[in-house]
Design a protein around this ligand. Structure first.
Ligand SMILES: Cc1ncc(COP(=O)(O)O)c(CN)c1O
Ligand SMILES: O=C(O)/C=C/CC(=O)O
Length: 420
């Protein structure tokens, strides 16, 4: 029995009860929206639907034996630390190892950043909202962008400015135009949120020129940059591009990393690399949220990175995902009707599909699931939910033959929709 059935059974058993539950919620709680991605995961959890929806890493890429071995070692030699409360900033040896790892891979000097461990980079997004957003602050996001970032920031009542994307990431020239207009009105933005490499949901990567221009604009118009980068290690083709943080001399960029796609999401372990002044304030915020990140997970991750297993594992993950990306691109080419477009990402987990104007992919979802395929409708990835004819496909979770079958089924649904 899947989670959804369990919930429904419990709700039926308890009935509506005597309490008027809604009256007890805070105003903010009443305004919260469920995550389409999280809800979809429940939908396809116990069915034979081919899910191209959730951005789930393939379980086959989890280094189970190595985790077992390291956990055994950690619990034999460091149980007193691994099972105890830790400091809010995180296990120091892990933080230092990660700083060295980032310097080696991204050319971000350890002297320029401090690292704080968080309960997944999703918590980093909430801490950034809690620490930096006043109601009404202007926050720039990509259109489309990671929908759970919108949900995290929304709780703090910003005003979103959505900047369109193309195959080279955020259209920074349009951002510059917007900044000029705001400046003429005496307005400033607080920060730009970007998934700079293999973006969620489009899969595209911000070009080097745009990264350099964005950091120049940040200086010129005095704003911060939140660079959220869970996918940067998953490159299947093309050449690596330094993160925006690499060009940051003043401490304007807060870089978010995570173990979710390069070790396992179940660790719920990510990190923020930022100026110590910003880290300190977010540390104080985190003290009130969860005291500290999971210490057992931190010590296992520390050994995993320190002893070089992470650097060994990343090429294996790439080798596992590349054929799946290729299978999806080939199937889209083979099955999709004229008039349907899609991104051709060099890495990451997602492909973004654009249908002819007038088709609403949220309304089309029910037909797709009845045909045995699921995707994430694109509307929720836009801050103003004003684009309806798009969808996000994930290629990492199901094997190639299922990807092909899923795209074939989806193409049939789209074809029918285009004829309707
Ligand atoms: C852009 C982006 N940011 C943050 C997250 C949350 O990741 P984590 O598992 O580290 O919380 C995700 C989820 N994959 C994501 O796609
Ligand atoms: O699909 C995504 O973008 C996010 C996946 C993480 C989640 O399961 O919510």
């Amino acid at each position: 029995m899947g989670g959804t059935e369990v919930e429904e059974k419990l709700m039926r058993k308890l009935g509506s009860g005597s309490l008027d539950f809604e009256t007890y919620f805070s105003d903010k709680a009443k305004g919260m929206k469920a995550s389409e991605i999280r809800e979809l995961l429940k939908l396809v959890e116990s069915s034979d639907v081919i899910s191209l929806a959730g951005g789930l890493p393939a379980p086959e890429t989890f280094p189970v034996e190595k985790i077992k071995e390291i956990a055994q070692d950690v619990l034999t030699h460091h149980a007193d630390k691994a099972l105890q409360y830790g400091t809010t900033k995180g296990f120091t040896p892990l933080r230092l190892t990660l700083a060295d790892w980032m310097e080696k891979r991204y050319g971000i000097p350890t002297s320029k950043v401090e690292i704080m461990m968080v309960a997944g980079s999703q918590q980093a997004l909430d801490l950034i909202g809690r620490t930096f957003i006043n109601p009404g602050d202007l926050i720039v996001v990509e259109g489309p962008t990671y929908l759970a970032a919108l949900n995290a920031f929304k709780y703090y009542d910003p005003e979103f400015i959505s900047i369109p994307m193309d195959d080279n990431g955020m259209m920074v020239d349009l951002l510059e135009e917007k900044l000029r207009k705001l400046n003429a009105e005496g307005k400033k933005i607080k920060f730009v949120y970007t998934v700079s490499t293999f973006q969620n949901p489009m899969g595209v990567t911000m070009s080097l020129d745009r990264r350099k221009r964005l950091i120049e604009l940040a200086r010129e118009y005095d704003f911060l940059i939140v660079e959220d980068s869970p996918y940067s290690e998953l490159r299947y083709s093309g050449e690596p591009i330094p993160p925006i943080k690499h060009f940051d001399d003043e401490g304007r960029v807060m870089y978010l990393g995570t173990f979710s796609k390069i070790l396992a999401p179940g660790f719920r372990l990510g990190w923020i690399a930022a100026h110590p002044h910003f880290i300190r304030k977010m540390e104080i915020a985190k003290q009130a949220v969860d005291l500290c990140a999971n210490t057992l997970a931190q010590l296992i991750a520390w050994k995993y990175v320190e002893e070089g297993y992470l650097d060994e594992q990343i090429p294996k993950i790439i080798e596992f995902y590349k054929p799946r990306r290729d299978a999806m691109l080939e199937a889209l080419e083979e099955y999709m009707p004229e008039g349907v477009r899609w991104t051709k990402p060099e890495g990451g987990m997602f492909i973004w599909v654009t249908l002819p104007e007038g088709i609403d992919t949220k309304l089309m979802m029910e037909k797709a699931v009845s045909k045995g395929v699921a995707y994430v409708p694109g509307e929720a990835f836009f801050a103003h939910r004003d684009v309806k004819n798009t969808m996000r496909l994930n290629f990492t979770y199901v094997p190639e033959e299922k990807i092909r079958e899923g795209v074939k089924r989806l193409a049939e649904v789209i074809e029918e929709e285009m004829k309707a």
